[in-house]
Structures are given as structure tokens and as C-alpha cells.
Design a protein around this ligand. Structure first.
Ligand SMILES: [Zn+2]
Length: 627
């Protein structure tokens, strides 16, 4: 085990941006925010070309402007209940969804933000086609917030915005998107600078996640909450990591990024020690060395009119192969940059060249060019010599930056808590007012109303549950449940034993395999527990009832009980049956009461499956046997 770095000494600074989808209708139309599980089954596809105007390009960061200039065709898939004329930008946006707006205010309040009196919807330029309008609508709800635990951090702002369209695929000059995702309400939370260990930062993020769930109206599941992380260490640089989907992975992602930056700083030192001087690489055509004997991808590039291109990097031996993370070398960083430009691989001489069988070709180059053993060669193969040049120029920029240590850049979260290069760190996207939506005013009365609707802090919620007699373990479990709101509500509104309510939502629901309970509303659950309160069915049948109701929400609970024969059997009937059983097993009862108890209990539960509570049978049986 290697020792963990001293994060405080390293001056680790992080910032988080949460993007949480809300479980309401869409933000600027009344479409459902429920995404289809079969995105390939669209009802219609439309095609658009989007090109930002000259003036917009002028104010964009160079990387985005470059991307925007590439003319692209965008194909959008439409769906039955989740898209309308608003998503296709054929109709102006409708007024902001009331429920989503209120929820955003509640979240801002929960994070101790000052809520603005006037809220303006703005447009943020989007050039990748993920918004049919060419911009994303966003509204700042409040600022100047904070949370106290586990780390004391500032909340810089809470925003309500529209989710972008989801990508379905990309081919040359063409991008395909699904519009069922466009317009789903998203709450963005931006924290101030967080100083702490990776574990503390993760715990802080988990708490924010828990708080969001206590509203009872946020979406759950992969992709419904994403985090962007900003991170820097002493002598490093700000690196932004986009699209972290698992909060639990945050700790390892931070640890890895710190490690990557420390290793890049080591490379910087190494370059300075070697006295490499000015790095100036001249692109060369190495094709002739690979004309006779070469791996398939090189042969293909050559036969299609391209070749093998690259350069010699003097005194770089060992640097390209230096591991920044397990199976992630400095060369991997170069490969990731090439990949973003459409070249799938970079070969360098710190690699095992045997895997391409090009050892001899490389030896020939070294002899021809009179290279020292300390020099490195970098190669790429491409059908398009111009493309190869463009990529090699970008790689040269990155190699030069190795002298400075950590380049500021935007990276993307990938598997195994690693990241890969996405683009240079861009400037903030430009915002301008959304003229189709008037300013939304929030008066004092509305703010007061929001305060009342804001759920208590997580520890207050567990305290409240424990006061109702729920064990501390089950209270914690309940807090993490997506149904925490239902649990609290039903405890307040019925006389049913609180532990039964909490257990139903935390355990029983999980056991219902192949049952989609998402369709059940808080009102449905209330109806179920109201009838349990009245003793209409036994407690043990609650899972069965939820299951039936989920499949057929139109059926009333009374109907289900009657038609599925789930009425609770009266205690008198149970007692009579027990007496009968005791008589039948008289001998066993006298010889081995312990065993008899088990036998009779088993028979009873089998005969009255789902119609009696085990607890009741057990209590009555005990009483009878004592006699
Ligand atoms: Zn719509």
C-alpha cells in the first residue's frame, strides 16, 4: 500500500457542480419527462443544420468556435408523449413549469441561499447541436448559500435549467440526438471552493445528494445526477472533470486526478533536469519505412493515399512511457487528444513495439536519422496527410506543455475512476436574455410558503423517525430511500405502525422484482396504508397489494382486496383453526411443545398465505398452547 498524499500540504482545492434531474413535467412544455427505454423507436425524425452567427462565434472560446465552424447535420428523434413542438423549436417555450420552479426554490432554500426577488431566464450558447434552439435556457434562482456538514462550504448558486438532448450516435458530419431528454428540468448547484481530503469531499457531495432526495421529487438512477469537478493542487493547474455519474466514485476520481497532476509535475522536473531546451518538432513523412512490412492499420492508411507521419522528440526517452496512473501513461494523454480529433491511435517508442511488429522499421529510422538512444519517436497513421499534420501539431502543443507541468483543461470522467482529455479549459459560455419568457417575480409571501415546504435537515429527519419508534438503522435506511417523503407523509397521515411503513418502503419494495412501482403516486400509497389502518387486509399482504396496484393503478384497493381474496381473516377464525390444529397434533404438543409450535405455525401460514399476519398467528398460538 502506498501512503496517501498529504492533501492539506498539497493545497488540494475542489469545486463541485451538481446537475440533478427533477421528477416533474418538462420545464418549458407539458411533455412527460419520462424517457423511453427504446430510443430507437422514434415516431419521427427531423434533420437540421445549425450554424451560429458570426457575432456569436466572435465571443466564443476558440475551441468551441472551431467546433462550430464544422458544418454538421443534426438528426433529432421524436417520441409520442415526451416531445412536442417546443422541443423541435417550432413553437415558443411555454411558461416555466410551476412544480419544477417551486422545487428549485425549495432546493435553494434548503442550501441556505438567498432567493432572488426577480428571476430571469437566460440563454447560453450551445454549438454541438444538443439543443435545437442553439442555446440552453437557464435561470439563476438564488446565491450566497452554504452547508455546514461534513465540511463547511459555500453554495455559490442554484440554477434551474433545461436538460440537453441525449446523443444517440455520431458519424462523419452527422450527429443523432433524442429529444425526449431535451427540456427535462435540471437543478444545477455550484459550490464554492472546497478544501478537504477526497473522502471529506465525497461525504459532502453525498450529503447534498441526500438532501436533494428528501424533496421526494428528484429523479433516480444512472445519469439522473451528474457532477462536474474542478480540481487543483499547489503548482498544478485548474482541471475540470465533466460527467461524474456516481458520487461514490468521487473520492477515487479525486485521488487519481491528484496523482496524475503530481506525476505530470515529476515529468516537468525531469524535463528541466535533462536540459532538453526548446522543443521544436518537425513533422516528417515516415511512410517509406512502412511500405513493405507494416501492421494492417498502417497498410490501410497507405493504400488509401495517406501514410505514416510523426516526429522525433529529442531526449524524451522514458517520459512518454511514464505511468501517470495504472495503465495510463503520458503517451495515453497524447492518444486521447488524437482521439478527439478523429485519429484512433498514437504509437511511440516507449511502448512495446512488438505488439505492432515494427521493431525493425523503427531501428531503420533511428539509423537513418542518426538518433541517440535517448530520443523518442511518435507516429500516427492516417489516410489524410492534412489531418495527420493537424493532429501532430496538437500533440506537439501538448508535449511542449509538459515543461510547465499540468495544463489547464476540461476532461471527461471515464471508467475505473479515470479521466480523459476533452478540450482546452474554455471560457464561460456567453449568456443573453431569453426574450420569450417574462421575468418571474417571487414575493415575500411565496418565499415564506417555500420555507414551510422545505424539508428539514437530514439529521432532523432521522431524529423525527426515531421519535416515532423506528430503529436508528431503519431511520438511516429510510433517509436514503427515494420514498423518504412518502414515509414521512404516511406516518403523519395514518395510524399505521411507523416501523411497518418504513420497512415497506425500504425493504418490501425492493423485494418486488419485475414490478415497476414508478407509476404509483403518493396518493396511491396513502390509499393502501389507509386501508391497512382500517384492518382491511393483513400487514403481510402489503407487498402483494402494491404489486397488483402497480400493474393496474386504475383498480381501487377495495377492489383488489375483494377480487384477489386478500381480506384479513378475523382473530376468532384464526383461534378456532389453531384449536383444531392443537387437537390434531395432541401427542406432539405434549411430547415436544417446541416442535409442535413450529409445525402448527408452518401449517397455518401455508393455509392462510397472505391473509393473516405471522405475528398474530404466533401470538394466538402461544396463548393457546400455554393453556
Ligand atoms: Zn414538449
Amino acid at each position: 500500500m502506498t501512503e496517501k498524499p498529504q492533501y492539506e500540504e498539497l493545497e488540494l482545492k475542489a469545486g463541485l457542480e451538481f446537475h440533478q434531474r427533477l421528477d416533474t413535467d418538462k420545464l418549458f412544455c407539458s411533455c412527460s419527462s419520462h424517457m423511453t427505454e427504446e430510443p430507437e423507436k422514434s415516431i419521427q425524425k427531423i434533420s437540421r443544420y445549425i450554424r451560429p452567427t458570426e457575432s456569436e462565434l466572435g465571443k466564443m472560446d476558440p475551441a468551441a468556435a472551431k467546433e462550430a465552424i464544422k458544418q454538421k447535420q443534426f438528426i433529432y428523434s421524436l417520441y409520442k408523449d415526451s416531445t412536442c413542438l417546443v422541443e423541435t423549436d417550432s413553437e415558443p417555450p411555454h411558461p416555466i413549469d410551476k412544480e419544477a420552479f417551486e422545487l428549485a426554490l425549495i432546493i435553494a432554500k434548503m442550501l441556505n441561499c438567498d432567493i432572488f426577488d426577480e428571476i430571469n431566464v437566460m440563454r447560453k450558447t450551445v454549438v454541438d447541436g444538443s439543443n435545437t434552439t442553439g442555446f440552453q435556457r437557464t435561470a439563476m434562482i438564488g446565491d450566497n448559500g452554504h452547508i455546514e456538514k461534513p465540511l463547511e462550504i459555500d453554495i455559490e448558486g442554484v440554477f434551474l435549467e433545461e436538460e440537453s438532448a441525449g446523443i444517440l450516435g455520431e458519424t462523419k458530419g452527422k450527429k443523432e440526438y433524442r429529444l425526449d431528454r431535451l427540456g427535462i428540468p435540471l437543478v444545477e448547484i455550484a459550490t464554492g471552493i472546497i478544501k478537504g481530503t477526497p473522502e471529506e469531499i465525497k461525504e459532502t457531495a453525498l450529503r447534498i445528494g441526500t438532501m436533494l432526495r428528501t424533496t421526494g421529487k428528484v429523479k433516480r438512477g444512472l445519469g439522473t445526477i451528474r457532477q462536474d469537478l474542478n480540481l487543483s493542487i499547489k503548482q498544478g493547474n485548474r482541471v475540470e472533470i465533466k460527467g461524474i455519474q456516481e458520487i461514490d466514485e468521487l473520492e477515487e476520481i479525486i485521488e487519481n486526478e491528484v496523482k496524475r497532476q503530481l506525476n505530470l509535475l515529476e515529468i516537468k522536473e525531469e524535463i528541466n533536469e535533462r536540459d532538453i531546451g526548446k522543443i521544436d518538432l518537425s513533422i516528417q513523412d515516415f511512410t517509406k519505412y512502412f511500405e513493405e512490412d507494416a501492421p494492417g492499420f498502417m497498410k490501410k492508411a497507405i493504400s488509401k493515399g495517406g501514410g505514416v507521419y510523426g516526429y522525433v522528440v529529442p531526449k524524451f526517452k522514458g517520459i512518454l512511457g511514464k505511468e501517470l496512473l495504472t495503465d495510463h501513461r503520458f503517451g495515453t494523454e497524447l492518444a486521447h487528444i488524437a482521439e478527439t480529433l478523429g485519429i484512433p491511435g498514437v504509437i511511440h517508442t516507449d511502448e512495446d513495439l512488438g505488439k505492432y511488429s515494427i521493431e525493425e522499421n523503427i531501428e531503420e529510422i533511428k539509423e537513418d536519422k542518426d538518433l541517440s538512444q535517448e530520443d523518442s519517436i511518435i507516429l500516427i497513421a492516417s489516410e489524410d496527410p492534412e489531418k495527420a499534420k493537424e493532429v501532430l501539431k496538437e500533440l506537439e502543443k501538448r508535449i511542449k506543455k509538459a515543461k510547465e507541468g499540468v495544463p489547464p483543461e476540461t476532461r471527461k470522467s471515464i471508467e475505473e475512476a479515470k479521466t480523459k482529455y476533452l478540450r482546452p479549459l474554455g471560457s464561460e459560455r456567453r449568456m443573453y436574455p431569453e426574450t420569450d419568457i417574462p421575468t418571474i417575480k417571487v414575493n415575500e409571501e411565496e418565499k415564506k410558503d417555500i420555507e414551510e415546504k422545505t424539508p428539514p435537515k437530514p439529521e432532523k429527519i432521522t431524529e423525527e423517525l426515531e421519535e416515532k419508534g423506528i430503529s436508528s438503522e431503519l431511520s438511516k435506511q429510510s433517509l436514503k430511500s427515494p420514498h423518504i417523503n412518502n414515509i414521512r407523509k404516511i406516518i403523519k397521515e395514518t395510524e399505521v405502525d411507523p416501523t411497518t411503513i418504513a420497512t415497506t418502503f425500504t425493504n418490501t419494495l425492493k423485494e418486488l422484482e419485475d414490478v415497476n412501482t414508478e407509476e404509483l403516486t403518493p396518493e396511491n400509497y396513502k390509499e393502501i396504508f389507509k386501508s391497512l389502518e382500517k384492518g382491511k387486509f393483513p400487514k403481510d399482504a402489503v407487498g402483494e397489494i402494491i404489486k397488483i396496484k402497480s400493474k393496474d393503478p386504475e383498480r381501487s384497493i377495495d377492489q383488489i382486496i375483494e377480487e384477489e381474496d386478500l381480506e384479513k381473516i378475523s382473530e376468532q377464525e384464526i383461534e378456532d383453526k389453531i384449536e383444531e390444529k392443537i387437537n390434531e397434533n395432541q401427542e406432539l404438543v405434549e411430547e415436544n411443545p417446541h416442535r409442535a409450535f413450529k409445525v402448527i405455525m408452518g401449517q397455518m401460514m401455508k393455509e392462510y398465505q397472505g391473509k393473516v399476519d405471522g405475528e398474530t398467528v404466533s401470538r394466538l398460538l402461544e396463548e393457546k398452547m400455554d393453556k
